[in-house]
Design a binder for this molecule. Sequence first.
Ligand SMILES: Cc1cc2nc3c(=O)[nH]c(=O)nc-3n(C[C@H](O)[C@H](O)[C@H](O)COP(=O)(O)O)c2cc1C
Length: 288
Amino acid sequence: MVDPDDRELIISCGAALFNLRIAIRHFGYRDIVEIFPQPEIADLLARVSIGSKRIIKQEESYLFRVISKRATNRLPFIDRELPASLISELESATELEGTWREIMTKIISASTRSKVIELIDRGDRLQMADPLFRQELSKWVHAHNNPSHDGISAHAQGINEKLDVFTPLISLAIRSFDLGKSQSAKDCQLAKNAPVLMLIGSNNDYPRDWLETGEALEHLLLKARINDVWASFFNQPVEIPELRSRLQAMFPENGHPQILLRLGYAKEIKPTPRRTVDEVLNEVRSRK
Ligand SMILES: Cc1cc2nc3c(=O)[nH]c(=O)nc-3n(C[C@H](O)[C@H](O)[C@H](O)COP(=O)(O)O)c2cc1C
């Protein structure tokens, strides 16, 4: 219910697509990508094939090596600024050799940050007050050893792994109570103290733009990891149409808001559980 148009789902697929392209390049081949190759099949987002041999670029190998080291880090970030040169490098991560993307980034300045934080606050409260949202969220909160390998484990939320046994209780609490006030207090503090708060926007707002946003996002997140920088999201204001319009009005030159995230240095976290390749392929086959 939080993503009725599959916008964020397609952004996620764009992130996966970028990883695949980088892997192909890292192994010394050209990546051939057709976006929406059969428009009558709306779910067929891209067809990727391996092209001829090419020279491996060092930057692409660096990106490849951190794919398995990237994770969403929801811990508080250390009070340490990012160098200005690194911030501009991350901003330019929306570009990829051989392609032109219509994706923009905006660093939220100190003077507008409190207005954006107001929207995060409002978003948390509105979402958590909705029983359907809480039900959906509670289904995604799992113990680390959950056999489905899906969802957000306790440690990915900054909860000590030793307390993982309480994860079912946390899930129950999310489903049963409106925790909007405490969630908002936590998020607003994290947003206030984040060394960088960044908005990613796109010129248009169609599935093609969402897929490109995902590619740009993953590029940025991998570049961040190469430089020891972590990220996590505050997408509540982008998920609620009324708040998304307000965000867009605040930064009209940044197009349609797609992703709001913070960047900074933090304690290392363990990678989020993943489905195995077989599990993914079996699910694809079972849906056919
Ligand atoms: C498009 C998109 C939107 C997301 N929005 C949120 C969010 O609003 N809040 C959050 O805590 N995590 C958010 N995430 C992070 C996902 O929960 C996370 O990527 C997923 O659980 C896999 O974990 P990992 O990033 O550690 O690999 C988002 C991820 C993507 C790709």
